[in-house]
Structures are given as structure tokens and as C-alpha cells.
Design a protein around this ligand. Structure first.
Ligand code: FES
Length: 447
């Protein structure tokens, strides 16, 4: 596969074969080599606020249980009984004191231990090793500002090392609007299946601003935050005056962010609703006071390798692109608000999220049209002979910018090239130094 992949993913030349988006063997290897090693988003602590709360999620194709045990500790387990593999939890969300397998009734505690085995003394001579038959737990778990991440690889670096310099960009999605760290909650989750390879979605959020013409209808019918026909969103002035940056990070993450001019002003306008006006103005002033210079960084979008994307501005939230098959993906959007925001602000944002994103939202529908037609076209016998072109803005980046990574001031496919470079490293079984973007030579020198 090593040689094949070098031919299929020609990052230097700027060509990537359509095979990696549709081939069944490559897809099986992705599940093994990428999804069992990389840090994956599982959920958010606000989905399991009380002891015994659980939320079933996914890692790759596999079902997992995000659970808060009786002592309030958070766990992530494979949702599969150790006896014959039945799903021990078939609900999406709830509260339980025990998980009872529906097949033969083995029971597991909320911290994953096998507790009850029917006819234990008679059929197992009372000696079945309960410890060895506990639910399979992830190797590492991280609660980062409320978002829950996990990996099956015990040798993976800690989550913040994995995140590297992409941290401050992801923070913009997780922190409160007034600049306080964390403090967000999930206000709702959209889940839907679409017929496209998961990488189309991940790549879209890496900073593919080039696809903006797809969303022309959003401006025309006024689906932006201002909801005014013919106008762009309320905050677009803010974005237009800012300096935009597209950054490819060595671990494969990519972001599109913007830096406001120094004398940035409050540009929201909710004069028809004093509660919203007061709340958003307060957030703006507080953020500026708390973060100082840091408040000039405007969050936008990004993808944390491999399949977690975020929206830092409204509609603020996290997306997980769960693979189902080479040509099918389950998209999850976790919408975030400040936990202590007024009810009116939460309701306003909830409605905005629904009309903008998710399966019924305007922008997501635009995007999905592109992804699913591109996937379908890639399965064609003739079409598969022709690779995709990734030659945009070759070499137009700097490597010594304070934000880290390869920083470009123009729209660029450098981020996509970086993503697929790292994807190839995973597929070729690279070690963690290589996966984080440290070349083997540099590692040996450091050692
Ligand atoms: Fe769960 Fe048999 S499969 S108890």
C-alpha cells in the first residue's frame, strides 16, 4: 500500500486520485489505520450532566457509550457486550444505573465493570473473570473545555499535543462569547446520513473558502444571521475588514481565521430586541476587556484531523463526520451556546442554527449537493482514471508566522495538501513523531 499511496496522493504535484474517496479496500484500511489511532470527538460533557447519564456516540463505524459514572467520572466504552457482542445500550441518550445486555442479560456498571452474569455459579463455576470481561474502554480520553475526545491508541500523545497550534482556533468554538474559558453547552444535535465520502466534508471545513459561490442563495434570500433578503450576515462587515489567514498545521489540522483591525467596533445590531442587544454587546465588550489583543482573532471554520470540524462564529458548534462506507457518511452537528446566556439568546441562536446548518439548513444543503455529486462521479469507470486537481496557491505561504503552521494570506489548497499528506502518513503506519508532522530525520537528531 505504501507505494500505491505515494502514487495516489501526489501532494507535491497537486494531484489526488479519486480512488481514495471511493475504493472499498482503502476505506477498510482507513478505519484501521486512521480511526483507531487519531483523537476523535465523541461528544460534550453537557450531554451527560448527571451521574448515570449516557449518550451513545460513534468512533469510526463503531458505536460507543459516553457515560458519567456514579462518582461523576466520564468514560467512553465500546457499545458491545463481551459475551456475544450485542449492543448493550440501544438508546441514544438517557440515564441508567446499570447497562443490561438484551441478549443474555449480562449487566455492566456505569464505570464499565461486568457486574451480573446470570447463573454465574452454575454455568461458570463461579469463576468467570469479571475484570477481564468489562466493557472495552478507550485508551485515552480528554475533556477539553467540555468537549469529549478519545483515542483507541495507548501510545497517542495527549490531546493538547495532538492539537498543537490549532488550539486557539478551536477555543473560539468552545469558549464563552465573553471570553471566559469553556462554559458552553450543547443546545441540540443534528444527525443525518448523506451519500458522500467523509473526507469531502472534512476537507470543506479545512478552509475551502473557494467554494463560497455555492452559498450565493444564502445571501440572496437572506438566510444569514440578519435574515434580511439581499444582505449578507450581520457580522460580514467585521469579516470583510479583517485580514484573513488560512493555516495548515503539521498534524493535518487546517483552519480559516481572520484578524480584525486594532480599533474593532461592535457591529451587531439587535435594536428591535433589547435583551439580545444587551447580551451581544456585553459579550463583545467583555471579550475585548478579557482577551485584549487576543480578541482580534475572529474564529471562522476549521477541521481537526481527521473528522472533526468546527464553526467558531455563529452557527457555533462542532461537527463529526462519521464514516459509514466509502460513499456514505453520518454527519453530526453539536450546536453550542453559552450555558448562562439568557433564554431569549439561546432561542434566537437555536432558530438561526436550524435555518443555516444541518440537514434542513440552507448552507449544509448547498455543501451536500457538491459532496454527493462529486462522490457519485468518482465511482465512474472513466472518471476514476482522472485525479482531482489540488494545485491552487502552490508555495503561497509562510512558515514563520506567529500563528504557527503554513500560513497563507490567500485562499489556498495548501491546507488540503497538508491534510492528505498526513492522511497518507497514517495509512502508511507512521509513528507518532511523523503523525504530528516531525520528520524522521529531525526526530533522530533530537534523540
Ligand atoms: Fe450480551 Fe450474551 S451477548 S449477554
Amino acid at each position: 500500500l505504501r507505494n500505491d499511496l505515494d502514487q495516489l496522493v501526489d501532494v507535491k504535484g497537486g494531484f489526488i486520485s479519486r480512488e481514495i474517496f471511493v475504493d472499498a479496500d482503502i476505506y477498510r484500511q482507513e478505519l484501521d489505520k486512521v480511526f483507531t489511532r487519531a483523537w476523535l470527538l465523541v461528544g460534550h460533557e453537557s450531554l451527560v450532566p448527571n451521574p448515570g447519564d449516557f449518550y451513545t456516540s460513534r468512533m469510526g463505524e463503531e458505536s460507543v457509550i459516553l457515560c458519567r459514572d456514579k462518582k461523576s467520572e466520564i468514560h467512553v466504552f465500546l457499545n458491545s457486550c463481551r459475551h456475544r457482542g450485542m449492543k448493550v445500550c440501544r438508546y441514544e441518550q438517557g440515564n441508567a444505573s446499570l447497562f443490561t445486555c438484551p441478549y443474555h442479560s449480562w449487566t455492566y456498571t456505569t464505570d464499565g465493570k461486568l457486574q451480573g452474569v446470570p447463573l454465574h455459579r452454575t454455568l461458570y463455576d463461579g469463576v468467570l473473570d469479571r475484570e477481564a470481561n468489562s466493557l472495552v474502554s478507550v485508551a485515552k480520553l480528554c475533556n477539553y473545555k467540555g468537549s469529549i475526545w478519545a483515542t483507541w491508541d495507548k501510545d497517542a500523545p495527549d490531546f493538547l499535543t495532538y492539537l498543537g497550534d490549532a488550539k486557539i482556533h478551536l477555543d473560539q468554538a468552545l469558549d464563552c462569547r465573553d471570553g471566559r474559558e469553556g462554559g458552553s453547552e450543547v443546545i441540540g444535535v443534528h444527525k443525518w446520513v448523506f451519500p458522500a465520502n467523509w473526507k469531502f466534508a472534512a476537507e470543506n471545513f479545512l478552509g475551502d473558502t473557494y467554494h463560497n459561490p455555492s452559498h450565493r442563495s444564502v445571501d440572496l434570500i437572506g438566510i444569514g444571521p440578519s435574515a434580511a433578503a439581499g444582505k449578507k450576515g450581520r457580522r460580514d462587515d467585521e469579516l470583510e475588514k479583517a485580514e484573513h489567514v488560512w493555516i495548515s498545521f503539521p498534524a493535518g489540522h487546517g483552519v480559516h481565521s481572520a484578524i480584525q483591525p486594532e480599533a474593532n467596533e461592535y457591529t451587531e445590531s439587535f435594536l428591535d430586541n433589547p435583551i439580545l442587544e444587551k447580551y451581544f454587546r456585553h459579550c463583545f465588550e467583555e471579550r475585548k476587556r478579557r482577551l485584549g489583543e487576543g480578541a482580534r482573532l475572529l474564529p471562522f471554520v476549521g477541521t481537526i484531523f481527521p473528522n472533526t470540524s468546527y464553526h467558531g462564529r455563529q452557527p457555533r458548534g462542532l461537527c463529526a463526520w462519521h464514516p459509514h462506507s466509502p460513499t456514505s457518511t453520518e454527519g453530526w452537528r453539536f450546536f453550542l451556546v453559552d450555558k448562562d446566556a439568557p433564554k431569549e439568546a439561546k432561542e434566537y441562536l437555536r432558530r438561526y442554527y436550524m435555518r443555516y446548518s444541518g440537514p434542513a439548513g440552507m448552507t449544509e444543503q448547498d455543501d451536500m449537493e457538491n459532496w454527493l455529486y462529486a462522490t457519485a462521479a468518482s465511482t465512474g469507470t472513466v472518471a476514476r482514471r482522472y485525479p482531482f486537481n489540488y494545485q491552487q496557491s502552490m508555495g503561497a505561504y509562510v512558515t514563520d508566522h506567529p500563528l504557527g503552521g503554513d500560513v497563507s494570506k490567500q485562499v489556498t489548497e495548501q491546507i488540503a495538501r497538508g491534510f492528505y499528506r498526513r492522511w497518507t502518513t497514517y495509512m502508511q503506519g507512521g509513528d507518532w513523531h511523523e503523525l504530528l508532522g516531525s520528520p524522521a530525520g529531525k526526530r533522530q537528531a533530537a534523540e
